[in-house]
Design a protein around this ligand. Structure first.
Ligand code: 5GP
Length: 120
């Protein structure tokens, strides 16, 4: 059994976080180090280590719910009009730092483009 992730500690109320939404399957929290005025994380309560693992487990409804919940929140926060970004970092090369699946919602300002690929 691998070590409990920081997000599992938050889900179990062992570490504080600003909780935006919660149901039996997922939680939405504010990112502790926001990269934009709105920076939320949708996290499944089951500790899948990555989107890859959740898809391999056949978690179609859960993955859909993570995306639809963030989209709904983006609408509630009037980000549909200005635009927003939903992303999932997976693994080392994408700088995934917490090995517990989480989907980022970023918005509220003109977002930077993704980092350019370094020249060879
Ligand atoms: P990743 O790089 O893995 O896609 O993103 C992990 C995110 O989790 C980062 O944006 C980071 O700021 C956020 N994060 C890490 N630890 C905590 C924490 O203890 N509380 C909250 N609310 N966010 C965290």
């Amino acid at each position: 059994m691998s070590e409990k992730s920081i997000f599992s500690h938050i889900i179990d109320r062992e570490i504080p976080a600003e909780i935006f939404f919660e149901n039996e399957r997922l939680i939405v929290i504010r990112d502790i180090k926001p990269d934009a005025p709105t920076h939320l994380l949708a996290i499944p309560k089951h500790p899948y280590s990555s989107i890859h693992e959740a898809v391999e487990a056949g978690e179609k409804d859960l993955v859909w719910e993570l995306f639809t919940k963030l989209t709904e929140i983006a609408g509630d926060l009037h980000l549909k009009e200005s635009g927003y970004r939903i992303i999932i970092n997976t693994g080392h090369d994408a700088h995934q730092t917490v090995p517990h699946l989480h989907v980022h919602l970023l918005g509220g300002e003109l977002l930077h483009m993704a980092d350019p690929v370094p020249e060879a």
